[in-house]
Write a protein that binds this ligand. Structure first.
Ligand code: AHR
Length: 503
């Protein structure tokens, strides 16, 4: 049996847990909005046509913020199409996803949904086909009390109180040649700085996100951030990062190491942002909004409909996740949490149907993918301060990452309640690993709960609409406490949460 050890100390803090780490994303893409959150024909639909069962699972998932309305979609979007009487709204071609956008759901409907779901909305503006003026108009429509053209129009459209959106993304993935209105770093940096300056003339307290790279594999990665931040540093709070992971060539061992890529990505963006800070002689630090991350089998599911059709809400990017995917999702959350000093917001992309933890049948059932569980449990129990853990773990060789630690973990500690939570993965394909958690620095800890998500007979097993419970995390009977040490066995390809109570 392999062994690993984890040493915890309440003094070794990284930063408070940021609730915005547990954000998600709703894009006008495939069935995320239409037949996802919005399905007026559904038996649980409310007076606005929103599925109450989706709202309930969004609560259960523990989502804090939701980014909207895209994604690639936003770079061709005219937000004004989605306001006012629904029957007068135009249908438009959505070039990003080769679909027809009926505009039945727009900004006011989304804000109503966000209120019902208890999530903070995070808006993206179109800096692809549009610019500063349209961003200002949308901000005025959303956030100004009244007495101006756009704010009065919002009131006339039925929303008296401002939507009060705090966090705004200045475009989406503008480094990507696939993006409508794709720009060079210089072009985008100038435009983002102009938009940010003008938006802050309306409200200096807005939290603004400049586009970073759409992947650390982009040829412009690093220079993009440096150039964009050279233009925008003084005017924004965040730079974004996006990353999607998937297993290739049957190399599960490398796929399970995906969080190593995320760790490096975050650390490289931090280093680049800090280099710009040094060059400018500023004290303010830029934080990361990791506002798209997930497992996404980019070539396995259709990402655009057949070229001669422009359907409304086609089936796109409906990945069906397995146990190994859930272990990777849990591990990516470990990476985000461990970098909480600089990652202050993140969005699991996306929420419903489109590369999503929640799946719906149009007019029918709803179910949880395997990836739902590590997100929901981490969101619920990662409370208080993130702790730096002392980890000694065996490793193995992987094709992508070389010497790869088999165990990865992070812990959180709530000083008020004494609750201590450990989130850990075992990346071994074949070996169980016994982990000893040393809680001496806390004066010991009681074991409250140990749950593990694993399916050693088949890590490729998937939940289905008929059974989304069998692969959910189960109590781990190997966990026990001997004075200051809690011990637990992590099966191969697994994600585990330990809950402890300190005095
Ligand atoms: O989340 C799916 C797509 O991935 C988003 O629209 C885009 O921003 C990214 O490339």
């Amino acid at each position: 049996m392999l062994t690993a050890s984890l040493t915890l100390d309440p003094a070794f803090t990284v930063s408070p847990v940021h609730r915005r780490t547990f954000g998600s994303f709703v894009e006008h893409l495939g069935r995320c909005v239409y037949t996802g959150i919005h399905d007026p024909e559904h038996p649980t639909a409310d007076e606005d046509g929103f599925r109450k069962d989706v709202v309930e699972l969004t609560h259960e998932l523990g989502v804090s913020t939701v980014r909207y309305p895209g994604g690639n979609f936003v770079s061709g979007y005219r937000w004004e199409d989605g306001i006012g009487p629904v029957e007068q709204r135009p249908a438009r071609l959505d070039l990003a996803w080769h679909s027809t956008e009926p505009n039945t759901v727009g900004v006011d409907e989304f804000m109503r949904w966000a209120r019902k779901a208890g999530v903070e909305p995070m808006m993206a503006v179109n800096l692809g086909t549009r610019g500063v003026q349209e961003a200002l108009d949308l901000l005025e429509y959303c956030n100004v009390e009244g007495g101006t053209y756009w704010s009065d129009l919002r009131r006339a459209n039925g929303t008296e109180a401002p939507h009060g959106v705090r966090m705004w993304c200045l475009g989406n993935e503008m480094d990507g040649p696939w993006q409508i209105g794709h720009k060079t770093a210089e072009e985008y940096g100038r435009l983002a700085a102009e938009a940010a300056r003008a938006m802050r003339m309306i409200d200096p307290s807005l939290e603004l996100v400049a586009c970073g790279s759409s992947s650390s594999a982009m040829p412009t990665f690093g220079t993009w951030e440096a150039t964009v931040l050279a233009e925008t540093y003084e005017h924004v709070d965040f730079v974004s990062a996006h990353a999607y992971y998937f297993e290739t060539d049957g190399d599960l061992a490398s796929f399970l190491g995906s969080a190593i890529n995320m760790d490096r990505f975050i650390e490289d963006v931090v280093a680049t942002a800090d280099a710009v800070r040094a060059a400018k002689g500023l004290s303010k630090r830029i934080h990361i909004s990791f506002d798209e991350w997930n497992v996404w089998y980019q070539h396995a599911t259709p990402s655009v409909p057949p070229k001669d059709s422009w359907p409304v809400a086609p089936v796109l990017l409906e990945d069906h996740y397995n146990v190994a995917d859930a272990v990777v999702v849990g591990n990516l959350l470990i990476s985000l949490l461990r970098h909480s000093d600089r990652v202050r917001a993140a969005s699991l992309a996306q929420l419903v149907n489109v590369i999503a933890p929640i799946m719906t049948e149009p007019g029918g059932r709803i179910w949880r993918q395997t990836t739902f569980h590590p997100f929901a449990l981490t969101s619920r129990y990662a409370v208080g301060e993130v702790l730096r853990v002392g980890l000694a773990t065996p490793s193995h060789e992987t094709a992508t990452y070389g010497d790869t630690p088999l165990v990865d973990a992070v812990a959180t500690h709530d000083a008020e309640t004494g609750a201590l939570a450990v989130f850990a993965v075992n990346r071994s394909l074949t070996e169980s690993i016994t982990v000893q958690v040393d809680t001496r620095a806390f004066g010991g800890a009681e074991l409250v709960e140990a749950v593990t998500l694993a399916n050693p007979e088949d890590p490729y097993a998937r939940s289905t609409v008929d059974d989304d419970a069998s692969l959910a995390p189960r109590p781990n009977p190997t966990a026990w406490r001997d004075r200051d040490v809690v011990q637990v066995e992590l099966p191969p390809v697994s994600w585990t949460m330990l809950r402890l109570a300190t005095r």
